[in-house]
Every structure is written in structure tokens, then in C-alpha cells.
Write a protein that binds this ligand. Structure first.
Ligand SMILES: [Zn+2]
Length: 165
């Protein structure tokens, strides 16, 4: 997946955030009105890049309407606000998956300071560092894990889950 490349105007907003000293509760900046154009670019980019499929459940939502999608922080923003605008920490998820995922820890080593940039650094199938179909297969509404690299909590649309990994 190609990470989002911010427009000049949006990069200035991102730089403004990244250049200030870190503070507790920094993640709330994400919801500020000044960040609206950045959030919109992120969603627009990943909805198209993911071909309108949720990054976690792979279900097709055939619309580019931003209100249908959530811009998801793969490492939750409350756990690592320093990755708030890291393009490889962002993807488009469906509402159900985002709600199911909540603030779940997805890193193998949460104390690592630099951005984890390899598949092996994550406990989940990563939208940027993994090929979804290598790990997960859907049979109608049932999902099968092909590897240990999954978390059933994320498969919100499915009641019927099975794993033989
Ligand atoms: Zn989903």
C-alpha cells in the first residue's frame, strides 16, 4: 500500500504538530478543526488505495463518502501520539472494526521509541507491512486465520469465526 503523501498545506499542519514538544494528551489534536483537511486527505487517499475495502476486515464498502469511513491509527493514538501523522500508521477502516479495535496494543514491543516499520514488529496483520490474503481468508461470513498474526477482536462484522492457525 502506498502511504499518503501530504499536500504542502497539510504537511505544514503536520510539521507544526511534530515540531512542538510532546505533552500528555497530545492525541486530542487529531480532532481539532485545524486538522480537518489533513484527516480528509488521509481518508480520501486510503479509501482509494484500499479499493474501498476495510483495512482490517476487508469487507467492501462501495463508497468514497468520508462519513462511512474512519481514519484509523494502527498504533492507537492514545498509546503513541508521536505517530499521529505517520503515514504508515494510518489506514481507512470501517466503523465496526474501529470500534472493536479500540485502544488495543498491536506492537510486539510497546517500549520501542522509533516507529515499528516491519511486519514482525506487530501482532496484527498490518495494513502497510503485510499482505492481507497471506494471513486471513474469508468464507462468506466466516473468517479463517492462516497464520498466528491475527486478532479476532478486529473482525467485528463476523459473528462466525474459526481459526486453525
Ligand atoms: Zn472492517
Amino acid at each position: 500500500m502506498i502511504p499518503v503523501a501530504y499536500s504542502d498545506a497539510n504537511q505544514a499542519i503536520v510539521d507544526g504538530y511534530n515540531n512542538r514538544p510532546p505533552e500528555a494528551g497530545d492525541f486530542v489534536y487529531w480532532a481539532e478543526e485545524a486538522v480537518n483537511p489533513v484527516r480528509k486527505q488521509i481518508k480520501d487517499h486510503y479509501i482509494v488505495e484500499q479499493q474501498q475495502r476495510c483495512c482490517y476486515c476487508s469487507h467492501l464498502y462501495p463508497t468514497n463518502n468520508n462519513s462511512v469511513w474512519d481514519g484509523d491509527h494502527i498504533i492507537p493514538k492514545k498509546l503513541a501520539a508521536r505517530f499521529l501523522f505517520e503515514p504508515r500508521n494510518l489506514a481507512a477502516s470501517c466503523k465496526d472494526c474501529n470500534i472493536a479495535k479500540r485502544e488495543s496494543e498491536v506492537r510486539v514491543n510497546p517500549s520501542r521509541k522509533s516507529f515499528p516499520d516491519k511486519s514482525a514488529h506487530y501482532t496484527i496483520v498490518h495494513p502497510h507491512f503485510d499482505v492481507y490474503s497471506d494471513h486471513i481468508r474469508w468464507y462468506g461470513d466466516a473468517v479463517r486465520s492462516l497464520t498466528p498474526k491475527v486478532s479476532a477482536n478486529f473482525y467485528a462484522p463476523s459473528e462466525a469465526q474459526c481459526s486453525d492457525a
